[in-house]
Each structure stands twice: as C-alpha cells, then as structure tokens.
Design a protein around this ligand. Structure first.
Ligand SMILES: C[S@@+](CC[C@H](N)C(=O)[O-])C[C@H]1O[C@@H](n2cnc3c(N)ncnc32)[C@H](O)[C@@H]1O
Length: 278
C-alpha cells in the first residue's frame, strides 16, 4: 500500500486490516526480521559502536525494533496500531525498548534525540511531506535515517514463484489496480522515495542499495507471510476466501515442493540511507 495523501492513518490501518483482532500475531508469525548484518552496516555509517537512542518508526510487532536491542542505549518504537504494539510490548518487555502510540509524522519526541531513525517495511504508510521533516527534527546532526523493505512476493523457486505471482496478480486485479500495487515500477518508486527525502531539506548523502537476504521458512510460516499483506488482508475482510485470492493454489504447490521441511526464501531487501545534515 502507499499513503494516498487523503486518508488518515486510522482509516488506512482499518482498511488494511491492521486493527483487526489477531492480526498482530498472524503478522508476527509470517514476517521476517530485518537482515542482522544491516545493523552493523548502519552502526558503521553512524560512526559510533554504541548509540544512545534508536527510533524505529512503524515498529509493528517489534520484529524490526528487536534487532536494535543490545547495541546499547534506548530503543523507541513509534506505532499507531494498538493491535501491533501489544505484540511488540510483550516481545520486548523488560528490555531497553519501549513503544509509543504515535505516528511518524508527529512522534512527540525531543529535537535531535536519536542517533539512528529506522523505518522497516513501513515508509509507504507515511505522509512524506510531514514525515521526513519530523525525522530530520528528531535525528541529531550527522545522525542516520535508514528505511528498508523486502521485495514482494517472497521468492522460493521458479515453480512456486509462478504461483505466487499469479496470487499477486489476482490480488491486484481484485483491488482494481493492474499495473500498480505490487506491480509498482520499482526504479520509479525508489526515485520518488529519494526525491521525497531530499525535498524535506534535512538530509544529504542519500543512497539506495540492494541487499539480498535469505531466510529459512516452512510452509505454515510462508503462508502466514503471504496472508499478512495488507492487500490480501483487506480482501479477506471483504469476504474473499483463499480460493479467490489464489492462496489455495499456492498452498498446494508449497505442499509438493517444500512438504514438511523448510526452504530458503529470497527476500531481496532495498535499503535507503540518508544522513541528517550537520
Ligand atoms: C508492514 S508493518 C512493518 C512493521 C515492522 N517495522 C516490520 O518490519 O515488521 C507497517 C507498520 O507501520 C505502522 N504505521 C502505519 N501508519 C503509520 C504512521 N503514519 N506512522 C508510523 N507507523 C505507521 C502500521 O501500523 C504497521 O505496524
């Protein structure tokens, strides 16, 4: 999904199923943690082995905040969905992480309080005109903003991928957005993201990198991954079942190809970093 510039965050969360009971647990079961080596790369970029504070925007169920616990300092997750935040609070209870009910456009945090601001799989939810100035405000001078997201759908092998692509096409067609949605022109989307960060006037050294990542999945978790897309969730809430969404066909091929074992899943991350001008 992409912020449409008209709907409020509450409307978007509702439309994409993020407020529905049990969504947080389902999401958490299927979605990957950000690649571990990304944390080291970002610490290198910020130039200090120990940071005082990391702010994770759109922290969801805490998968993306957990990677920052242990690098030192405080971790603050900004997350508007009660349903998602509840899972994060349970996951990271008793650690240096805490979660705030707020949005990226208005975090309520102090000026220049963060060494790193991260946004994992969440930046498309933000209103860019308001979020990037807010990120610039809360980062310390020379601090680093990093946004990263995995490709969709997750890649398994040519046979499974063909059925996954058919599922994505089906979802796009049902939402009336052939040529858009999951089929967004990736190069254009990256260029728009870079331009929006630059337009805020707070950042320099904006860099886009590809970061392939492989994680191990079994069939149940892969299906939870696919079902956790906001678009599939939205259609499921409208009454469409697994057959209509092409998920039954995907499950059948996964049962044959993966069976009761596990399989390497290619997640193809894109990482965009920007330094707050100092
Ligand atoms: C796809 S999830 C990503 C969660 C987590 N960062 C991860 O990588 O698994 C996107 C999250 O952004 C949150 N979100 C939506 N609108 C937001 C906004 N305006 N500001 C901050 N977070 C927002 C959603 O509630 C959701 O939890």
């Amino acid at each position: 999904m992409t912020h449409d510039g008209r709907s409020s965050t509450a409307e978007l969360l509702d439309r994409f199923g993020y407020t529905s009971p049990g969504f947080g647990e389902r999401y958490d079961l299927g979605r990957p943690s950000p690649p571990a080596r990304l944390v080291d790369e970002l610490l290198d970029l910020v130039g200090t082995p120990r940071v005082e504070r990391v702010v994770d925007l759109g922290s969801g169920t805490g998968l993306s905040s957990a990677v920052w616990v242990g690098v030192g300092g405080e971790v603050i997750g900004i997350e508007p969905s009660d349903e998602m935040r509840r899972v994060a609070e349970k996951r990271l209870h008793g650690t240096t992480a805490r979660f705030v009910a707020a949005v990226a456009e208005d975090t309520g945090l102090a000026d220049a309080c963060a060494d790193i601001v991260s946004a994992s799989n969440s930046v498309t939810w933000f209103d860019p005109a308001r979020a990037y100035p807010e990120i610039g405000r809360i980062l310390r001078p020379r601090g680093v903003f990093a946004t990263y997201f995995h490709g969709w759908p997750p890649k398994v092998d040519p046979v499974v991928d063909e059925v996954s692509e058919a599922h994505v096409d089906r979802v796009d067609a049902l939402l009336g957005r052939e040529g858009g949605g999951a089929r967004t022109d990736v190069a254009n989307a990256h260029a728009r993201l870079e331009a929006a960060i630059a337009a805020s006037g707070w950042f320099e050294d904006i860099v886009v990198r590809a970061r392939p990542d492989v994680q191990r999945y079994d069939v149940a978790r892969l299906l939870a991954f696919v079902r956790s897309s906001g678009s599939a969730t939205r259609l499921a809430h409208a009454g469409l079942d697994d057959d209509a969404l092409g998920i039954t066909a995907l499950e059948e091929v996964l049962r044959v190809v993966v069976g009761s074992g596990t399989v390497d899943v290619e997640l193809s991350y894109t990482v965009v970093t920007a330094r707050r001008s100092g």
